[in-house]
Design a protein around this ligand. Sequence first.
Ligand code: ADP
Ligand code: GN1
Ligand code: MG
Length: 370
Amino acid sequence: MKYTAEQILPEALAAWNWNGQVAGALRYGAGHINDTFCVYVQDEAGDCVRYILQRINTNTFTDPKGLMENICGVTGYLRGMIEQQGGDAMRETMNVVPTKQGENYYSDSDGGAWRVYTFVEGTLCLQKAETPQDFYESAVAFGNFQRQLAGYPAATLHETIRKFHDTVNRYANFEKALAADVCGRAKGIQAEIDFVTARKADCGYMVGLLAEGKLPLRVTHNDTKLNNILMDKATRKGICVIDLDTVMPGLAANDYGDSIRFGANDCAEDEPDLAKVNFSLPLFESYTKGFLQAAGSALTDLEKETLPWGAKLMTLECGIRFLTDYLEGDHYFRTHREGQNLDRCRTQFKLVRDMEEHWAEMAEIVKKYS
Ligand code: ADP
Ligand code: GN1
Ligand code: MG
């Protein structure tokens, strides 16, 4: 992809039959990977209808065809379940809008891939929980998502990013980036390097249990940030799980853990002032309660017992990924300022340290709701 998303946008817009006049398309959301736009269409009655148009990052997701097959498969399956239960499938799962050619995505002249979803109206997408109840509701939504997909034929899913949550592999990538030090940034980050190195053995804990056959592979979301849930504005319940690019077989504790990483604190992921970065046990408890209520009956004892490990390792892994990207010159995660990936890494490591200090309490809370 040579061009910016804005440069290709007119070509992409022309690939769909919009049900009216396109009034404009503006950047939307706060994702780190894809380019997201909101498209405003004026329909025959003069009303504005919104759509989500996204350029899939094909540097990250090299097989957009397989990825879209996953999304259509999973959302089709969920649609069946939602309808059976008398729900509204236009709001409770994503709906892909086909191109003029009837395809589920459009390949542009620059090697990019674009897709359109109907906009789920009447919802909120929070960057931070405003109350513990919000966080609880997001846990119920992610827990339900996992339970609903328990019967999905996992073998038909494409692995959209290989070794996505293989923490050992993430550690190895960090070591390679450190050895290469292409930007000469290693000299300023000795404390972070020491932090990671001291936790090398930890990186293998969950991967090891999986390899030994002690933990099962499940159909998981793999990117369970709070901003990947749409909440109903009126009821504030999590109604639609979005960002399904990384739905793949994975560990239940990783879905749980990635939510804790992002949401069990009251700071931004890239907060530069570490004094403001604190792991919150009350939020941890809210999420744990919701997740176990929704998905707990489907989990084994060891899956439940290792939930704190999921929280710690998803946080450590994400910090390692931010640090690796910083060393490599910020080519993976979208950045808006100098040093942003290093700030992101530091918040994650501070949270890991806090979790280590509260390890016994975390285990107690998980036990209470198991
Ligand atoms: P990324 O992979 O870059 O995080 P997402 O798929 O999460 O991209 O989309 C980015 C943002 O766009 C979301 O956080 C949400 O605010 C909004 N969004 C995505 N899909 C929809 C939808 N179908 N309806 C309403 N908002 C959406
Ligand atoms: C990315 O796409 P987005 O912003 O939802 C990343 C996640 C990270 C997250 C950190 C495909 O998620 O793995 O945890 O940033 N997604 C991918 O905020 O790498
Ligand atoms: Mg997202």
